[in-house]
Design a protein. Structure first.
Lengths: 449, 302
């Protein structure tokens, strides 16, 4: 891997550390249908001394407290990508100001912010490398060397790395090593998961945050954030697929042995269902969204034909005798789109080889999974019974923000707590001569006698 | 320049935008959220302005004089209001003569402002009067200056070396000049240097000799050390420096048993308690000698 291009990520990490030291941080989920901002109060003392001892950071959940929260409607975001930067910046400003206002007595003002990125056609690559250790005992230099030796995946033009995490460390063929430092070994191998996204939408996101006078302390892929919030510790260890059914896209993230190993995305989401209803039944999209959330469903029942729903045509919202449709008709519009989405998901899972992974649980999260019958449809198409994943409870989280549609933002908050093991948290490999003179002398003494 | 998709000037041109603060408002509010800015605007800026204004006033003599004059005039105007006027003075607790004297001492003209009245100073002035033991001065909301005095009760007379009589209370404090001795028949007379300061001691002695009080002429302080009890007929009881009361009690016991003080004794000398001595009057001594001679001759006294 090329360490030279990682400077922006290192800068973001430094800002995150600054935010932890100051004890306040904001997280911002910029989704296609809503923008949520949480203002967090951090306990720097607890975060500082826990260090890397805890792989998942679960013991640290008490060190953060949500003191301010605000959700606003998202305008100018489509499929997770910014299409109207002015509108998005305005909505971000509104969300942040209101969250800060709610947090006012406890936290003065937040400057650093962690943002989710849900668009950009995420694509996962896996890359591995094996090196011989320098001294027969694994040192930090060996870890840097093996990370540097990993071949760069074919990222492609106009795309860039968003996450690059070592997921598997193998020492002399022995896997499942959490910290290889100090182990005696001749050979050290590492497998790395690299997530790439389109660089143009990501640059737009960074620019949008810059326009709001905020320091970017991290950009996290939205499926990854939903996964760490919606999956419990054991699911992350034994393997799980988290399907985040958002407004603009449905994305899946696969976890195994505490690590994200794969991310993929289907570019269909809840907004497409709404536009189907609006187009198919000739309704305004606001009215379509309303009947979708109130009466929408996937599985037809016998009572559907008797349930009449008011579905005004465009222009007849205010007249007394509005059109009424049966619930069966609504289900008939909603169902094909969701079926298509799940079929695409099944195909993706097959391509990734996750379907035949044993003991792999399936977790649905995101706003669209709240539609009744979605879990049954997932069972039927994906062949596995899903669980509706609500985000884990962090202290101070409002009740209204604890549904499955807020997994991403809670995941961003917990991301700040996890010990960071991205590529840019490790030192770049350096040639031997770059070491300090005293260290060099000591090494010479050690090897000579 | 305009955005590509933005509609031309239509009725909805401005209304299409989503809710949210403008960039300026946002920056303003975020700056306000910073404690440093907030404190600067709310605390340091007003304090600074106040300091500058204060310095201007202090530095400029004319302006300061003006302000001082204005404040003084204002105080004067307020003090002159009828609500603050003294309407009367009531003195209670003392004899009529004393009350009159206290009133004279206060000298408050009815109608003067109570704000100019220094009650504490007034109290000290009243207490400086010899006849006043304690005084309370209070000004009630109705405008009446109430003075309560506790009078000193004369306990003894003191004859000064120049012959004038003064009244003393039981603590030895001088109350004032007394008239002739006959005005105060019930008070004992103290004499001698330092006697005035030892009034409690003298009163104790008098209490111990209560039966011979009608005969008591004076208590004389001798050498600022001890007391002499001077009775009528020039009889003197000389008391020791220490244990004077016990010595006097012994004399009284002798008097009760043998009517000692009714006899012709000139001096009862108790100065050395172990060795009391009597000095007879010349007449008594003569009688004694005659009796002794008669007894010696074996005759009977007639």
């Amino acid at each position: 891997m090329n360490f030279a291009e990682l400077m922006p990520f290192r800068n973001m990490r430094a800002r995150l550390h600054a935010a932890v030291k100051r004890g306040r941080l904001a997280v911002l989920d910029i989704g296609s249908s809503k923008i949520t901002c949480l203002v967090l109060k951090l306990d720097p003392a607890r975060l500082g001394d826990a260090g890397r001892s805890d792989r998942l950071g679960t013991s640290l959940f008490g060190a953060i407290e949500v003191v301010g929260a605000r959700t606003v409607q998202s305008r100018g975001v489509r499929r997770g990508e910014i299409v109207d930067m002015d509108e998005v910046a305005r909505a971000v400003r509104l969300a942040l100001l209101n969250a800060e206002k709610m947090a006012a007595p406890k936290v003065d003002r937040v400057d650093q912010v962690i943002v989710s990125f849900s668009g950009g056609r995420p694509k996962s690559y896996s890359t591995t490398a094996e090196v011989e250790t320098e001294t027969g005992q694994i040192t930090e230099r060996d870890i840097s060397n093996v990370l540097g030796a990993c071949p760069e995946p074919p990222v492609g033009d106009g795309r860039q790395i968003l996450h690059a995490q070592p997921v598997e460390v193998t020492v002399e063929g022995q896997g499942g090593i959490t910290d290889p430092r100090g182990m005696t070994a001749e050979r050290l191998a590492v497998a790395m998961h690299v997530l790439t996204v389109d660089s143009r939408p990501l640059a737009n996101l960074v620019e949008c945050i810059r326009q709001c006078d905020l320091d970017l302390a991290g950009v996290v892929a939205a499926p990854y954030a939903s996964g760490i919030a919606a999956l419990v510790e054991d699911e992350q260890r034994t393997g799980a697929v988290c399907i985040d059914m958002g407004g603009g896209a449905t994305s899946l993230s696969v976890f195994l042995r505490d690590h994200l190993i794969c991310v993929d995305q289907v570019r269909f989401g809840g907004d497409h269902v709404t536009s189907d209803i609006a187009a198919g039944l000739l309704m305004r999209s606001a009215a379509a969204e309303r009947i979708k959330t109130l009466y929408g469903g996937v599985v037809p029942t016998g009572a559907d034909d008797r349930d009449l729903i008011e579905a005004p045509r465009i222009g007849e919202e205010d007249v007394p005798n509005r059109r009424q449709i049966s619930r069966g008709m609504l289900i008939g519009v909603i169902r094909p789109r969701l079926e298509e989405t799940f079929r695409l998901l099944r195909q993706r899972l097959l391509e990734l080889g996750v379907s035949d992974m044993p003991g792999c649980s399936l977790v649905l999260t995101g706003a669209a999974c709240q539609m009744p019958g979605v879990d049954e449809m997932a069972t039927r198409i994906l062949g596995r019974r899903p669980r509706i994943g609500r985000p884990l409870r962090i202290s101070g989280l409002p009740q209204s923000l604890s549904g499955p549609d807020y997994s991403t933002v809670v995941g961003l908050a917990t991301y700040a707590l996890r010990p960071h093991d991205e590529l840019w948290d490790f030192d770049a490999p350096r040639p031997l001569s770059a070491r300090g003179r005293a260290t060099e002398m000591l090494r010479w003494l050690k090897t000579s006698w | 320049m305009r955005a590509v998709s933005e509609p031309r000037d239509g009725p909805q041109a401005g209304g299409r935008r989503g809710p949210g603060p403008s960039k300026f408002i946002y920056r303003l509010r975020r700056a306000w959220a910073k404690p440093l800015t907030r404190n600067a605007v709310l605390v340091y800026l007003p304090l600074g302005a106040l300091a500058v204004a204060g310095w201007r006033v202090v530095a400029d003599d004319a302006m300061r004089g003006q302000i001082e004059a204005y404040v003084a005039a204002l105080a004067e105007r307020v003090a002159a209001r009828p609500e603050f006027a003294v309407k009367g003075v009531v003195v209670t607790g003392g004899s009529a003569a004393l009350n009159a004297e206290v009133k004279r001492t206060i000298g408050v003209i009815p109608g003067m402002s109570s704000l100019k009245l220094d009650v504490e100073e007034l109290r000290l002035r009243i207490e400086a009067l010899g006849a006043v033991k304690r005084a309370t001065v209070q000004f009630d909301p109705q405008g009446i200056l109430g003075v309560g005095v506790v009078e000193r009760i004369p306990a003894a007379l003191y004859r000064r070396p120049d012959g004038t009589l003064v009244l003393l209370d039981d603590g030895g404090v001088e109350i004032g000049p007394a008239g002739p001795r006959a005005d105060h028949p019930s008070l004992p007379v103290l004499l001698g240097e330092g006697a005035a300061a030892r009034v409690p001691e003298a009163l104790e002695l008098i209490a111990a000799a209560s039966d011979i009080l009608p005969r008591l002429r004076a208590l004389v302080r001798v050498g600022e050390r001890r007391w002499d009890f001077v009775l009528d007929r020039g009889m003197v009881i000389k008391l020791p420096q220490h244990g004077a009361v016990e010595a006097l009690s012994r004399v009284m016991a002798l008097h009760y048993g043998d009517e000692l003080l009714d006899r012709g004794v000139a001096v009862v000398d108790m100065r050395v308690p172990e060795r009391p001595a009597l000095q007879m009057t010349p007449e008594a001594a003569e009688t004694y000698q005659i009796r002794k001679a008669v007894a010696l001759l074996g005759g009977k006294d007639t």
